[in-house]
Ligand binder design. Structure first.
Ligand SMILES: [Zn+2]
Ligand SMILES: [Zn+2]
Length: 245
């Protein structure tokens, strides 16, 4: 009796919290600002998703998720999946939402966008292991979540790939990549990642890995992760990002 009334009391509290949250952060479409959904079907339809691939280094269009022959010798990434176009204003807004830490909105919009992308994607590697590009612990504590992990979880729900966030870690904080130019980014990131010893995955060096991040800009961060993994004996390393910035 007491237990039941406490449960009812608890569910009333959570309903009240939910109502308060909805009043403060009402569900409103990112595109047309209609209430009730974080992204409406019309606006989702309007966001373009990519149906081709590009070389991770020179951005040349590719038929398959591969690095082009000319860049193969200088690329640690073997191929790249990009969901959407950063020049698409709505896609850009959806990607920037992460900065405001509204996780429900971000996952709902990204979930729909990634599902739309995979609906027409034909070359995905179902057995590859997803690896979120690690945040430094300090950055993680500031933000409270790793946006790359949110993307991994969405891919896992849609495609079933396993996730491991315990293979490499970011050992140095570094300067914010966004404030640096291309060569500074490369120098800033070298040596920032480190293998985590004694993970189960290191027993499977042949495992194909897909590194996951929100935005792929110069590719310096992913390339450094890939270099660290390849030095530890991993074979093919690919990348996946929401957009190429
Ligand atoms: Zn809309
Ligand atoms: Zn190339």
């Amino acid at each position: 009796m007491f237990g039941k009334s406490m449960t009812q009391f608890g569910s009333k509290i959570s309903a009240t919290i939910e109502l308060a949250h909805d009043l403060i952060f009402p569900k409103k479409c990112l595109g047309c600002h209609k209430f009730d959904n974080f992204i409406c079907n019309d606006c989702l339809e309007a966001i373009s998703v990519k149906n081709n691939f590009c070389c991770p280094v020179c951005n040349r269009e590719m038929v398959l998720p591969r690095v082009c022959a000319e860049c193969a010798h200088e690329s640690e990434l073997d191929g790249l999946w990009i969901v959407s176009d950063y020049n698409d204003e709505l896609a850009k807004q959806a990607i920037h939402l992460i900065k405001y830490n509204y996780c429900d909105e971000v996952s709902e919009i990204w979930n729909k966008l990634i599902a739309k992308y995979f609906f027409q994607e034909r070359f995905w590697l179902d057995d590859a292991l997803l690896l979120p590009v690690p945040l430094h612990r300090r950055r993680y504590l500031e933000r409270g979540f790793n946006q790359s992990m949110i993307i991994c979880e969405i891919i896992n729900r849609i495609k079933g790939n396993a996730i491991s966030d315990r293979i490499i870690k970011r050992k140095s904080y570094g300067r914010h990549q966004a404030t640096l130019d291309f060569s500074e980014r490369k120098n800033n990131i070298v040596g920032c990642f480190q293998m985590v010893v004694n993970t189960d995955c290191q027993k499977e060096p042949g495992k194909v890995i897909i590194l996951v991040d929100d935005v792929y800009t110069t590719g310096a961060t992913m390339a450094e992760c890939a270099r660290t993994l390849k030095m530890a004996g991993f074979g093919k390393i690919y990348g996946f990002a929401m957009a190429r910035g």
